[in-house]
Design a protein around this ligand. Sequence first.
Ligand code: FAS
Ligand code: PHB
Length: 394
Amino acid sequence: MSHTIETQVCIIGAGPSGLLLSQLLANAGIDTVVIDRKDRAYIEGRIRAGVLEQGTVTALEEAGVADRLHREGLPHSGFELAFDGDRHRIDIEALTGKTVTVYGQTEVTKDLFDKRHAEGQVFYFNADSVRPQDLTADRPSVSFTHDGAEITVSCDYIAGCDGYHGVSRQSIPADVLKTFERVYPFGWLGVMVERPPVSHELIYANHARGFALASMRSERRSRYYVQCDLDDSIDNWSDDRFWEELALRLGPDAAAHLQTGPSFEKSIAPLRSFVAEPMRHGNLFLAGDAAHIVPPTGAKGLNLAAADVRILSRALIEHYTKGNDHHIDTYSETVLKRVWKVERFSWQLSTLMHQFPENSPFEKRMQRAEFDYLTTSEAAARSLAENYVGLPLE
Ligand code: FAS
Ligand code: PHB
């Protein structure tokens, strides 16, 4: 059995990018169909980002899904950098006038799903063989199988919000697509624990034994990471080993306040910097991880996805409500300018905060000198802070 449905924008991917885009377009009266190869429970269950830029909070307010975020999110006015136990606070609010909000991506996704379902959004979950087609035609389409039926969504535009492993980017002809990548020689081992965080603010630590990050999801739930080898396995990391290593890398002051307990999520994520150009081909637009990946050091992945979606939704709304295609025609150029600046920040902070196997004693001294510069120069600290709180959309 097969059938075709018509819509204005077909969104591939129901992660934060696809859900936020669907909501912002719905608020402007634009019809969408959202397709995902997984289901809601799986998507909500992925443990990922934890820190929202003010721009992302604004986007969620515009989408009408920020009530719980404002009730439960934790505003942060600074974070700490630590080097071999020496700690220094970056006062982002004093330096930029802005704060960030600690609120898990899981919660953002739940809030968006709740509102999309309440408004009757058409979703196709557990979709197989998703295929964007006729990207340069006036009416491109997306075909897929769902519950044994072959479905085709005919649309004006396709939004590829299907993440790094999605099909959208792969649909851009090889002679058009250019990709840029840096794979880091280590990963992050992350755990979640139902214990109060070691500090009320985040601590990013560079220690001779490796990077560590103390983060949180609430005042009772903490999120911690340690740098590990790329080929490491969670089977090598008992909770006891993890807590011992984290304490060493955070330094004695923090270790004295570390409340350990049984971890209830443990996973290893690789780190890469990746950008695909262009972010538009014909009537296909890429947004979020479908087009770019940043190492999580700068807390930018989710926030960069949200910024793409704000720029893309404006372009589509201008087209449908005013017949103005300027922002559609300049989407890729506009969004990539900001993507590359965020890629630079995430790469730079990752280079500063990690132990690289290939680093000579000279590079290690450069890392320490950068830390000492950041702790003594207001200009250097302000540059770091303005990137951390989020660069302007344009
Ligand atoms: P997503 O990958 O979230 O969503 C893409 C969706 O598309 C998925 O639901 C997938 O099922 C669907 N899809 C894929 N292929 C499809 C197909 N062929 N057909 C239909 N659907 C398809 N960012 C931070 O800021 N801080 C962090 O600490 C952080 N930690 C991370 C840890 C890990 C392990 C990972 C993988 C990422 C992390 N990120 C972090 C980045 C992450 O938050 C992303 O930036 C964010 O999920 C991007 O959202 P989307 O662009 O929606 O992509
Ligand atoms: C997290 O809480 O998961 C987190 C916070 C800040 C980062 C990376 C991850 O830079």
